[in-house]
Design a protein around this ligand. Sequence first.
Ligand code: SF4
Ligand code: SF4
Length: 373
Amino acid sequence: MTPAEPPLALLAELTHRCPLRCPYCSNPLDLARASAELDTATWRRVFNEAAELGVLQVHFSGGEPLVRRDLVELVAAATASGLYINLITSGIRLDANRLARLVEAGLEHVQLSVQDADPGCGDRFAGLAGAQQTKHQVAELVREAGLPLTVNAVVHRQNLEHLEGIIDLAVMFGADRLEVAHVQYYGWALANRAALLPSRQQLDTATATIDAARARLAGRLIIDYVPPDYYAQRPKACMGGWGRRFLNVTPSGTVLPCHAAETLPGLHFPTVAEASLSDIWYHSAAFTRFRGTAWMDEPCRSCERREIDWGGCRCQAYALTGDSARADPACALSPDHVLLAAALNEAQETAPDFVYRQHTATAPQRERTPQFG
Ligand code: SF4
Ligand code: SF4
């Protein structure tokens, strides 16, 4: 087997707390509580270990990283370790003073999420009244601070009609880059799949809209586009391959090859308290389980694309087939590809109400009883 190379990037999930409650959130259904979160000193050690391992970039994520009161200290710690720092945020509660302190501590890039172009729809998808208005203010602050800005837009059945508006919004914000990504169906998104899956026609229209915008805005706005797996003929190389490019540390310190990996049964993912990042990356059973091609069965084992897409997504394989070692059902060569057709039929029916994300101790909140504010 080819020896593993060092990871390029660390996704630091500082917290699962978030003022928004997006129904497509990729956080797990069992959200970590504040009391379980790693403290400042432990994150400082994690950043040092990541840099020693060869990591170049850290993406501060969550949940909403801004809810961490020690965020400025954490940015300073990652800077001291020599890491390039990107903040992935909804922007809620970011003001000029805090942004200035984050920049002083070493923040280099901001990715701002938008839920829609229409304020009413944006607030509805975010589950928070006034959320959309905040985006305008935050985009302005980021530009004034001189930081590069990426706008992240997760698209789905209920906001694709506004894709043109989302592109216009990114231009209005002065963004350098727009990432338009179809929902990936894990966590809360899987629970809301019937409300989120687009139709084939919506997908085709969206692809044409993106192509036209790329031509129109060339040199002004870079547009990245992540199409939905459910309409694919071949899967994506999920995370660039299991344990090949990225590692993810959860709010409570579990080290994962991707943010959804904890859904897989039968694997023990070590925490940063149990071993160093280097030990976990190179030697843990969890990281070596699906690295490379040795684990593959047919049809992947003899497929010419096995070192291109690495068999697709393990979490999607498990979510749809109950077996994490099968080919990703997004692949048309997979005997399980038919499972996607059944799910796509759901997209033809009336969309059910959203199930908003929440902590498990709270009563389930359906769309008709959202708590705004
Ligand atoms: S997807 Fe929405 S709810 Fe989930 S962390 Fe991001 S902003 Fe918060
Ligand atoms: S058979 Fe496996 S390796 Fe080949 S394209 Fe499909 S998922 Fe990728």
